[in-house]
Write a protein that binds this ligand. Structure first.
Ligand code: FES
Length: 324
């Protein structure tokens, strides 16, 4: 008999406990998070992520919210496994967590799922962007899907090398640095089934390269699935936001987020992470094009162009209309 999944303490969230910490590579901690009563956690789709909320350690600190991909087994897992690279104060605080520490995490959210009907899957990871690729590879390993993987990483940063080799039955290439990436992509796509799907997760530059090579080789956009690992850093221009419901117009300066501009104008927008990962500040968009810079919305949601995260995302052009 299967135990019922652990219950959530509040809508959309779970209380978990750190039950294991490993170091799969320099600068990376893998945490295993289980329900306090050790019931199975909710199942998830490969490529799903959770938001981890770490309470402050001192009175002058604020809570930290970060999104991490689940890398372990997906069906009624005994624990969620996440890999955390140390980049900045937030991840450093997560690195300081010890076994037994209690945390709040969101329920898994999928925005990077495998397409079941695809005859073959090319999995392309950059750096720690290997984590959702690992979850995909594990799922295909268990279900018999045909996969080939490419991991582009810095010297000594080949976390999960042995796992990838095992899960892909050796069909994995490692490249140290970006040299040769385009040629390797051309080879992989050229040798793959014409209906294969591509999945890429990593920094902005690598993801854009994969998308450009795929488009040049005739891979249709619906067969390319991308997930950014870090928010893209692009120059920001000022723009005007029109509030449809109130008829007001607000100027957003180049060095100001839309969320900051709305708050300064007295418009109440809920927020939490203020860095594009939690989804809390999401607002409806009724006109104009969006420069999506968040890590929360799925490719499908971005393409719809009807919602945005004003803490990081901006207008693609001189003006935007939001339904506020
Ligand atoms: S406040 Fe978290 S996505 Fe904007």
């Amino acid at each position: 008999m299967t135990a019922s999944p652990a219950s959530a303490p509040g809508p959309g969230s779970l209380t978990v406990e750190v039950i294991g910490i490993e170091r799969p590579a320099d600068g990376i901690r893998q945490l295993r998070l289980a329900a306090p009563d050790r019931r199975p956690l909710p199942s998830f789709v490969p490529g799903s992520s959770i938001l981890v909320t770490v309470p402050p350690e001192h009175p002058d600190e604020v809570e930290v919210v970060r999104a991490y991909t689940l890398i372990g087994p997906a069906f009624e897992p005994d624990a969620y496994a996440i890999a955390v690279r140390e980049i900045g104060a937030g991840s450093r605080r997560i690195h300081r967590l010890t076994v037994g520490r209690s945390l709040t995490v969101s329920l898994p959210r999928s925005g990077f799922a495998p397409v079941l009907a695809a005859p073959e899957h090319l999995l392309i990871a950059g750096g720690i962007g290997v984590t959702p690729i690992l979850a995909h590879a594990r799922w295909h390993h268990e279900t018999g899907g045909r996969i080939t993987a490419l991991h582009v990483h810095q010297p000594g940063r080949d976390a999960y090398r042995d796992d990838l080799r095992m899960l892909t039955a050796g069909r994995v290439t490692h490249l140290v640095g970006r040299g040769g990436v385009v040629e390797e992509l051309e080879r992989l796509i050229g040798e793959a089934d014409p209906a294969a799907h591509l999945y890429t997760c990593g920094p902005d530059g690598l993801v854009r390269t994969v998308e450009e090579v795929a488009e040049r080789l005739g891979v249709t956009a619906d067969r390319v699935h991308s997930e950014l690992f870090t928010t893209p850093e692009r120059p920001s221009e000022p723009f005007t936001v029109d509030l449809r419901n109130s008829g007001r117009s607000i100027e957003v300066a180049a060095d100001q987020s839309l969320l900051e501009a709305l708050e300064a104008a007295g418009v109440d927008v809920d927020s939490q992470c203020r860095r594009g990962v939690c989804g809390r500040c999401c607002i409806p968009v009724s006109g104009g094009s969006i420069d999506h810079r968040d890590l929360y919305l799925s490719a499908r949601e971005r393409a719809a162009g009807t919602e945005m995260m004003p803490c990081v995302s901006r207008a693609l052009g001189p003006a935007l209309e939001v339904a506020l």
